[in-house]
Design a protein around this ligand. Sequence first.
Ligand code: HEC
Length: 161
Amino acid sequence: MKTLALSAGIAFTAAALALTSTATAESHVDPAIAGAIKARQAQMQLYAHNLGILGGMAQGKMDYDADAASAAASNLAALVQLNQSTYWPQGSDNASVEGTKALPAIWEDMAGVMEKGGAMVDAAIAMEAAAGNGLESLQGAMQALGGACGGCHQSYRQSNN
Ligand code: HEC
């Protein structure tokens, strides 16, 4: 009987501890920071969706369709020109909080980040002009655009390996 009571007590303590640690893990990220991280990741997902359509056509994995290409390119050109200043608050880097791959280098080298962002804006605007004018025209604008995404990721996003 004594043993049973003891082990029940241990089980209860373990459950209470598990509850405490879950609550701590969830509450230590400021909701404003967590929201900003979600917003910028959603923005990146919208980039990726539209770029995927253009890339699929450029690589011949998808039939070229001038209207669909123009729509994707116009979306992308609009998206890259949104004001993102509230998406990147101080303290939202991957050394400070979980759930992000944004490297601290972003906040240490804003000029560099702006340069990469600017290259993407230029490439997206060029793609918007090119995408509806035939497959070759789209293909001609693809390298600069894909390179602009990858160029920033290389310097400012934690790699997957
Ligand atoms: C100025 C820098 C920069 C540019 C330009 C950029 N990205 Fe990103 N991207 C990032 C950073 C930083 C992250 C990590 C964000 C995070 O985890 O908080 C990221 C994350 C992503 C993700 C993962 C999002 C998620 O759900 O976690 C995708 C997909 C992505 N980018 C696609 C793109 C595409 C496509 C382009 C080009 C059209 C692009 N990015 C251009 C910096 C950039």
